[in-house]
Design a protein around this ligand. Structure first.
Ligand SMILES: [Ca+2]
Length: 83
């Protein structure tokens, strides 16, 4: 029950938060994602992380950006399934 989210779970979280269904998250959808991951951040922190994650500055978080953010920061353990 306390297992870390896997790659598949992460993608599931991303997809469910992607209310627009366009494979990218806006700031509000990003917040939904964080809530479902159990990461409770303030609005300012979410904004800060959003800007950090949006590496190509298009104003949206793509799944690679989302995954990289979480893995780089060590918030989610990388799954060793692709060894
Ligand atoms: Ca982006």
């Amino acid at each position: 029950m306390t297992a870390k989210p896997t790659e598949v779970d992460l993608h599931d979280v991303f997809t469910r938060a992607d209310l627009g269904g366009d494979d990218r998250l806006d700031l509000m959808e990003f917040g939904v994602c964080l809530d479902s991951l159990g990461l409770s951040w303030t609005r300012a922190e979410v904004q800060d992380r959003f800007e950090t994650a949006d590496t190509n500055r298009d104003g949206f978080i793509s799944y690679p950006e989302f995954r990289d953010l979480l893995e780089t920061r060590g918030w989610v353990l990388r799954r060793s399934v692709q060894s």
